[in-house]
Design a protein around this ligand. Structure first.
Ligand code: C2O
Length: 341
């Protein structure tokens, strides 16, 4: 059977490394209705997500304004930044049990739930931001870490006077330091050219040279212990970039390091934009790159708050086509396609 929408009325304190007084429960009261997700109409404008390092001034101003408005919403508004980052915590940190299995946590990482859950998460986050500034074409940026020009921390997030700034980051990894997509906790300090080549090879490994299903990875039907196994891109480069960004002087490498606080850093959404883009691109590369057809995957459901602050139940099968969700990515090329070592 598929993993079911958690019961928002039974919410536990987060486990993991989270502070004892943190609550990540979705705002929910006895009168809260849950609506079924409906994709936007086919006539809705297509939102084109730009590469963060190519975004122009007008775009950045608009994006900063949207995040600022989100930050200023009252903390108990489900669309506020304070609630938005907690949604990630809610699905990662044993906050909800699997429906029907009180001793099993609901956790969307390290399994086939990873890509669809994060796709929906960005989808709703993006629409909330757009709605706050009255722009139904607004699209989140993506951190283009798979191309040489994107292989530094995206500068728009490093401006201290911007709402995109977060002080809990590794100061040594801010621009112009070159990203290591396979970071293991220690900087290798090799020349930039060499690091870029390594990164392209890492990308090639994660996407090009793999067997069927290894990008999406291990099945997680209801009733199985969480985190069976991560797909290739979830493992690398998705995984290493979290601690690479987080501040090593914080107790757990906050913000980007641990599950509970990762989405408190605005760059989280750009990082996951590119992770989502990799799923999207992988699907289009060859006809044999197909999604699972197992109903336990297709009918798995999650909960999110939408741009009208309604609680929505979303099914995996409704997020498989980015075009149907009315968004796409700026076309920036794929320099790793032939980066065979
Ligand atoms: Cu939900 Cu990059 O983690």
């Amino acid at each position: 059977a598929p993993i079911q929408t958690p019961d928002p009325a039974t919410c536990n304190p987060p486990a993991d490394t989270a502070p004892a007084d943190l609550s990540c429960c979705l705002p929910y009261g006895t009168g809260t209705a849950i609506a079924d997700f409906k994709p936007p109409p086919a006539s809705a404008p297509l939102r084109v997500r730009p590469a963060a390092h190519l975004a122009d001034e007008n775009y950045v101003a608009k994006y900063e304004w949207a995040v600022e408005l989100m930050t200023k919403l009252p903390d108990d508004d489900p669309r506020s930044f304070a609630q938005q980052w907690r949604v990630h915590c809610a699905f990662c940190d044993a906050v909800y049990d699997q429906v029907g299995f009180q001793d099993l946590d609901l956790q969307i990482h390290n399994s086939w739930l990873f890509f669809p859950w994060h796709r929906f998460y960005l989808y709703f986050h993006e629409r909330i931001l757009g709605k706050l500034i009255g722009d139904d074409t607004f699209a989140l940026p993506f951190w283009n870490w798979d191309a040489p020009d994107g292989m530094t921390f995206p500068a728009i997030y490093a401006n201290q006077s911007s709402p995109l700034y977060d002080e809990r980051r590794n100061p040594a990894h801010l621009p112009p330091f070159t990203v290591d997509l396979d970071y293991n906790g220690t900087d290798s300090n090799i020349p930039r050219d060499q690091q870029i080549q390594q990164n392209l090879t890492t990308m090639y490994h994660g996407i090009q040279c793999q067997e069927d299903g290894t990008l999406l990875r291990a099945a997680l039907p209801a009733g199985r212990p969480a985190r069976p196994r991560a797909g290739t891109v979830e493992q690398v480069p998705h995984g290493p970039l979290h601690p690479w960004v987080g501040d090593p002087s914080q107790p757990n490498g906050e913000d980007m390091g641990p599950f509970y606080s990762a989405a408190r850093d605005p760059v989280f959404y750009a990082h996951h934009g590119n992770v989502d883009r990799m799923w999207h691109i992988w699907r289009g590369l060859t006809p044999s790159n197909t999604d699972f057809t197992d109903a336990d995957w297709l009918d798995a459901t999650f909960l999110f708050y939408d741009e009208d602050a309604r609680l929505v139940r979303a099914r995996v099968r409704d997020c498989l086509d980015a075009a149907a969700l009315r968004y796409t990515y700026q076309d920036v090329g794929l320099p790793w396609l032939n980066a065979k070592p």
